[in-house]
Design a protein around this ligand. Structure first.
Ligand SMILES: [Zn+2]
Length: 262
């Protein structure tokens, strides 16, 4: 039997509002508001790990994103800043010794600057791709965050591989490429011995998983479909919850009492 984590917080997250065509192929025409999350995990012996870091610009998103902040109705109260939430929970940013980055799109890298000196886990080739992306996805990478990423000591997860972070089965990084070349998900063993899979952006809503259909900003459409098949298989396993991180319904369902999940 695997060890379990001690706590998981789905930290209070900024939201954006835009056309749902962003979420999946064959969608569009409806405005949706969805979260840009960061998940904090406490291991009973090895301390804190963060999975993704959301966007930057807490309290004043326009200071970072300019007119896009208003265009996409970014809602990011100052007290949602990662350092402030960590302090609120009795921690400092330096207590977070490990960072797992699902991928390098800007809505996941905005808080990386808080974690200089941490050990990072990233998909093989992701940072290289982020610096020289294909043109149709270039706007999803933020050079300021890539600069901040240089302060983290990255370990690369081989493509289609997995890595048991603590060697006890409690937190396992899964390489599921396609959305980006190095896209990752995280499998967490919860205190009640169930599995929780945090999808990163391998899927953007549950329809992506159900129909194994990707989204417009996938770097590799064919690869993304294969990874969605893997997620669908995980979702079919007993005692396993797949939490699609940008899916607003999952956000409401999986954090009924706010940021502390367990
Ligand atoms: Zn995203």
């Amino acid at each position: 039997m695997s060890a379990t984590i001690k706590h998981l917080w789905a930290l209070d997250a900024p939201t954006v509002t835009m056309d749902n065509g962003i979420m999946g192929l064959l969608k569009g025409g409806e405005q949706i508001t969805f979260p840009l999350p960061a998940f904090l995990i406490e291991h009973p012996e090895h301390g804190l790990l963060i999975f993704d870091t959301g966007i930057g610009g807490a309290g004043d998103p326009a200071s970072v994103y300019g007119p896009a902040a208003e265009l996409y109705k970014i809602d990011f109260p100052a007290e949602y800043a990662l350092d402030r939430q960590l302090a609120d929970l009795g921690f400092t940013t330096a207590d977070v010794t490990r960072v797992v980055l699902s991928h390098a799109h800007f809505d996941h890298t905005g808080g990386l600057h808080h974690f200089a000196g941490a050990t990072g886990y990233i998909g093989s080739g992701e940072l290289r791709y982020a610096h020289t992306p294909d043109q149709h996805v270039a706007m999803h990478f933020d050079p300021r965050d890539l600069e901040a990423a240089k302060q983290i000591d990255w370990l690369e997860i081989p493509t289609h591989g997995e890595h048991d972070v603590y060697g006890d089965g409690s937190v396992v990084v899964l390489s599921l490429p396609g959305h980006t070349p190095g896209s990752l998900a995280l499998k967490v063993r919860m205190p009640d011995d169930t599995n929780l899979v945090l999808t990163g952006d391998v899927a953007h809503d549950h329809d992506n998983v159900t129909f194994c259909a990707g989204m417009p900003a996938d770097a590799d459409t064919v690869g993304a479909i294969e990874s969605l098949k893997s997620l669908k298989l995980l979702r079919s396993q007993p005692n396993t919850t797949v939490w699609v991180n940008h899916d607003p319904e999952d956000w409401a369902k999986n954090r009924p009492t706010g940021r502390q999940v367990v």
